[in-house]
Design a protein around this ligand. Sequence first.
Ligand code: ADE
Length: 249
Amino acid sequence: MKFIFITLFPELVEQACGHSILKRAADAGLLSVTCINPRDFTTDKHRTVDDTPCGGGVGMVLKPEPFSAAIAEAKKISPQGILIAFTPAGRTLCQSAVEKLAAKEQDIIFLCGHYEGFDERILAQADLKISIGDYVLTGGELPALVIMDAVSRFIPGVLGKAESAEDESFTASLLEYPQYTRPIDFSGAKVPDVLLSGNHAHIKRWRRKEAIRATYCLRPDLLAKADLLEGDGTLFLEILEELKGNEHE
Ligand code: ADE
């Protein structure tokens, strides 16, 4: 899968992709990262990429010509690539949107602005407008990297066998159960006995129950859309009883 970043700050993107799982995946040829700098498509001496807003007002607006030329260059590399622009006004990213993008198996072209907004005629070219949350960032590079990271996990071979993408938080709309490793006793805080019992059925039940507990306590909104299994009701009742018990302590 090709990820093409239209960015005024290619070093930022290259740095971020040059480590850990994404780097390994790129080295293995499972994905590729290309940066296209709109500044390379300017024709004036100062390589200008922004200008004052028509109609007046503070701030600057990113000029259409260099970004349009950069998009055309990206489409040469990937004619079918999905063009994604970032704006706080876009659709908020969630795991199901990530999975839909991954399932398309199409290359992605990220249109990253910085500081200022895009000229509307550039935004109009985007296939998707995405926000990564209700807060304002200084540019589109970080949201683009967030999407690339989340989508890459679904590319076959990117995650090791042990780290299957489906087994994680959010895919089943439940948060993850707590994990422990050695030492068994860390400054008095002990690993739960059940995890040391060797009884796989008990461990599986405990993990499911703790995933439900974490979701109920921390993100109850997720429980409504969770894929609940037979037996989860019993676990949930146990959790409620335990929480009630804790209240009285
Ligand atoms: N650009 C500025 N803020 C943003 C956000 N929250 N998500 C995506 N792009 C943005």
